[in-house]
Design a protein around this ligand. Structure first.
Ligand code: C6P
Length: 407
């Protein structure tokens, strides 16, 4: 079934804006995507009609707000097929989720242990593990990739030992859009070690259906703002049995059972990991974003974005001297490229911006990938459900113009 793109786009008033006098073509969805009216309405309704703190008051507004936020938690539980709603922890984004795990698992990692990540990681899935290794004396190992950006699972299998405590990889690479074989990575891990498997789903949750039980991962973290929800929202899914082995991350209100000067005991899941006042409006609006995606259908979103990606690959490949990184690998939502004759990706990005086209340029917080390809950065176009084939035609025309101007 073809999507009713006109109807979908009508829910994003920002897409009617002009930038530099030209109609906005928003292709920076990997950084953050736009928010539909239903999400903005959920946010507004909370602040206009029932703004109150949650889990704290017996007064009516507090109860209404608490129920709305907990309903949102249940929507997210269904969205990722978690077994229990209390396995869904609200965070402020993927970065916080990954740092939470790395700190809360500190006591489970000792000198000589190993943490495995991949070459394709965002800095958010590198630095927290480096810090953990510095604190504990563990060693960081990296799954290598080939020139297509495909991870070498033979090497990964060899890296896995009885010293491996944590394996943390992304589901989809933000820099190249490559879909990593997380199913296989999890199976191999289970076969050779009792390590915890963490999946960074920042770039998969917006594009691919996610089933954490079928995957059998221990953690799955993602950001709300990349899936049509407000900034400052995110989710940490953790398997109950594994969450229960972690120490608290932040101490404060909400996360205690009994607090005294002598000793404090902690609340059950998920509240043990939700210290302080949460982003109630944002978390409720995240539930509305899940509704938005479900109404369109996640398979339909995926199909449309796949078609956009194939079309963009084909059209961009017709430009002489344009290289797409990771072109031969399975990808979702991203095309990352450079013009050979143009040294600096940001020069292309600036020209596209003058034509109303928003893309991201630079290293995309993945400096190791850039080092691998010996480049400073790429031009990255990343898609959402509201993008059109016509917008891709305009992107291609603009890249051709930039090539002429800069060569
Ligand atoms: N990538 C991009 O333009 P936060 O900032 O916490 O919402 O997400 C961090 C993060 C972690 N992992 C991956 C795979 C990501 O893509 C991101 C965010 C954005 O690619 C901003 S750098």
């Amino acid at each position: 079934m073809a999507l009713d793109l006109q109807h979908i786009r009508s829910q994003f008033p920002i897409l009617e804006e002009k930038v530099n006098g030209k109609p906005l073509i928003y292709l920076d969805n990997g950084a953050t995507n736009q928010k539909p009216l239903s999400v903005l309405k959920a946010w507004d309704e909370y602040y206009l009609t029932y703004n109150a703190n949650v889990h704290r008051g017996i007064h009516t507004l507090s109860q209404v707000a608490t129920e709305a936020m907990e309903e949102s938690r249940r929507k997210i539980q269904a969205f990722i097929n978690a077994r229990h709603d209390y396995e869904v922890v609200f965070t402020k984004g993927t970065t916080e989720g990954l740092n939470l795990i790395a700190y809360a698992a500190n006591h489970l990692v000792s000198e000589g242990d190993e943490v495995i990540i991949s070459y394709l990681e965002h800095h958010s899935n590198i630095v927290p593990w480096q810090l953990l290794c510095e604190r504990t004396g563990a060693q960081l190992k990296v799954i290598p990739m080939d020139d297509d950006g495909v991870l070498n699972l033979d090497v990964f299998e060899k890296l896995l030992t009885d010293k491996t405590r944590i394996v943390s990889v992304n589901h989809v690479s933000n820099a190249l859009g490559i879909i990593n074989p997380v199913e296989e990575i999890i199976k191999l891990t289970r076969g050779k070690s009792d390590a915890m498997v963490v999946i960074d789903g920042a770039q998969s949750a917006p594009h691919l259906p996610v089933d954490v039980q079928a995957l059998d991962c221990d953690f799955y973290v993602f950001s709300g703002h990349k899936m049509y929800a407000p900034m400052g929202t995110g989710i940490l899914y953790g398997k109950e049995s594994v969450l229960n082995t972690l120490q608290p991350f932040h101490g404060g209100g909400e996360m205690i059972d009994v607090c005294s000067f002598e000793q404090t005991t902690y609340a059950g899941l998920p509240f043990r990991f939700e210290a302080g006042t949460p982003n109630v409006g944002g978390n409720i609006a995240l539930g509305a974003a899940v509704d938005f995606m479900n109404e369109i259908g996640r398979d339909n979103i995926r199909k449309h974005e796949d078609e956009l990606l194939k079309y963009a690959d084909k059209k961009l490949s017709e430009i002489d001297g344009l290289r797409i990184y990771g072109k031969n690998a399975a990808r979702a939502g991203v095309v990352s490229f450079n013009l050979e004759s143009v040294g600096i990706a940001s020069d292309v990005g600036m020209i596209l911006d003058k034509m109303g086209i928003a893309v991201r340029t630079g290293h995309h917080c993945t400096q190791p990938i850039m080092k691998y390809f010996d480049i400073a950065g790429t031009v990255r176009a990343s898609f959402a459900v509201y993008n059109t084939f016509d917008e891709i035609d305009k992107l291609v025309e603009a890249v051709q113009k930039a090539q002429k101007m800069l060569s």
